[in-house]
Design a protein. Structure first.
Length: 234
């Protein structure tokens, strides 16, 4: 059974890499982008479920964190585009209310583990070896989920196009995390820190670029509204 779950996990992970790449590189809001994005979302659900099952038998805390992190980011990106600024319905609302604080706590726990290793309070060999990696991902995880929690509570105010920015950030960050997991499993000739952190270092400016691009697009004055606002010279 474990072998079967491992095969399913690998197939779903590969499907997520392919469909995520298609969604990123195709025209936004059109057929290929929409369908590949949906396939990516469901692939990531399978990846997360199988990761939880496999980690219970073959403990790998860090790959479990990255799988769940990828899923959360995928959910936040899908949620943003699926319901935009509208309230979530029924089960989706309950799921979201439970998921956000749970994953915020996970991010804080990652930071706590890393600091415990840094200050020599925790002495597990693998934890000592990966403490900086866990700290970096813990900070990113806590920051993203903390922002989502603040939006849910009402401490931050949603802008008109908040759903678009959340969609871009969630989906691109999820793909970075998915690609990171792929590299960690398959690339063994580079230092561990490079394999874990390089996708984030490269991908974060890409996310910032796309968010700025769409902010400029949405904030651009509408020529037709300017024209309608002109006074009649007569």
């Amino acid at each position: 059974m474990i072998h079967i779950f491992l095969v399913i996990h690998i197939i779903a992970g590969f499907a997520a890499l392919v469909t995520g790449f298609i969604a990123i590189t195709t025209q936004k809001g059109k057929g290929w982008h929409i369908y590949s994005g949906r396939l990516y979302f469901w692939s990531m659900i399978i990846v997360a479920i199988t990761a939880i099952i496999l980690s219970a038998v073959r403990p790998n805390l860090f790959l479990l964190f990255i799988s769940l992190f990828s899923f959360y980011l995928t959910w936040s990106g899908y949620r943003a585009i699926r319901w935009k600024n509208n309230p979530l319905p029924g089960i989706a609302h309950i799921f979201d209310r439970l998921l956000v604080p749970l994953f915020f706590a996970a991010g804080i726990a990652m930071i706590g583990l890393a600091l415990g290793a840094i200050f020599e309070l925790l002495h597990h060999p693998l934890l000592q070896k990966t403490k900086i990696i866990i700290l970096v991902f813990g900070i990113i995880f806590a920051a993203l989920t903390g922002r989502d929690l603040a939006l849910r509570i009402g401490w931050l105010v949603k802008t008109k196009f908040q759903w678009m920015f959340e969609h871009i950030q969630g989906m691109l960050a999820a793909y970075i995390a998915t690609f990171t997991a792929f590299l960690v499993v398959n690339v063994t000739f580079l230092p561990m820190a490079v394999v874990w952190l390089a996708p984030t270092v490269i991908g974060t400016p890409v996310i910032a670029y796309w968010v700025r691009k769409y902010k400029r697009k949405f904030n651009r004055p509408n020529p037709s509204s300017k024209q309608s606002g002109k006074k009649n010279p007569a």
